[in-house]
Design a protein around this ligand. Sequence first.
Ligand SMILES: *Cc1c(COP(=O)(O)O)cnc(C)c1O
Length: 432
Amino acid sequence: MLYDNIEIKDGRLFFAGADTVKLAAEYGTPLYLMDENKIREKCREYKSALDAYASDGSCAIYASKACSFGGIYRIIAEEGLGADVVSAGEIFTAKSAGFPMEKAYFQGNNKTDEDIRFALDCGVGYFVCDNFEELDALDRIAGEMGKVQRILLRVTPGIDPHTYDEVSTGKVDSKFGVAIETGQAIEAVKAALSKKNLLLEGIHCHVGSMVFDSDVFVRAAAVMLGFIAEIKKVFGFEVKILDLGGGYGVKYYEGQGEIDIPANIRQVAEYISEKSVELGIKTPSLRLEPGRSIVADAGITLYSVGSVKKITGYKNYVSVDGGMTDNPRYALYEARYTVVTANKADSPLGLTADLVGRCCESGDIIQPSVGFPADIGRGDTVAVLTTGAYNYSMASNYNRIPRPPIVMVKDGKSSVAVRRESLEDLLKNDIL
Ligand SMILES: *Cc1c(COP(=O)(O)O)cnc(C)c1O
């Protein structure tokens, strides 16, 4: 199957060594499953490649917006990765799970004064500063709190990663960061260096997501190293950290592109060493911020079929008990997925239908034109693969639908990591 943690035995789909049909019966549906060993394997892949090829102190930082809940920060901490956090909510979750906050990097293009105060109070290791107003506000608030805060400065290198527009962020006209090309980035460095309560340690960029081209990070590194050399020339200041962001793509369906991440890290790290010598700068320590590639294939979602509607001469629909509330990615940007009928996994496919959710919205499509067994019907279990990234973290309560639980599977055993939301949870903040 698509990944080595997915297999079909006796006509049933197994995930991370566990029978998904049994798990659906035990925990109910919709259900997010996550494979803990797969998450750890991915973390180690990044760690060992960076340890082997990149300069001392280099490390991977898990972009936790891809999938954020208490238990995952514990796994990430145990694997020795840092964590990107983008809101007070992610900071609070990480801290509550015991994540070492000095390894947290606070991202985002609009951090409020309240966010800044909260993050400083929690001891976040780095702020990745996005704009001039943030530099001013952070300097002022850090001063009030008697702190000196380490920062990276987010810049846009003007790289188009050739992915979807919605997930492309490294271009000059992006809402994120300050542009090198327009001269604003060097002005922002000047501003950062002038702040008493800020300690500029590095520069950051993030070119986009679903990157499969092996030269994207080398091209980004080329622009960023040139900028580091310019900073040295103009201010006599050595930048210590080069953060190239996240974005490695993952395979959602057979035939999609793939990228050998350790090989690419090696290529990028070697380029950085050579180019730094050529430019006469100290080789910066490298940061990468993988989100999707750490968790995507460590997750699947299970649903129960409620109805099969055949509109003769037009089209067919298979409706399940979840939808855009637990996976909005097709509705947002027509994301593709592989779908398996978990309890009839070896049956020949005899029906083509759109897999749709239960929300009151015709755009509530999980995946169009899916092949199902001809006899699919109410009570069957459908699995959508590769849903570990940007599913739970993007889930909503539209139509007052409670969010599904996350069940961790490890060595064939399962345990609840996030409980299913209850109807009472939905009312928690309502004044009745
Ligand atoms: C989204 C994001 C990431 C992670 O991107 P993936 O494609 O999930 O690897 C990393 N860094 C920043 C700043 C981001 O916004």
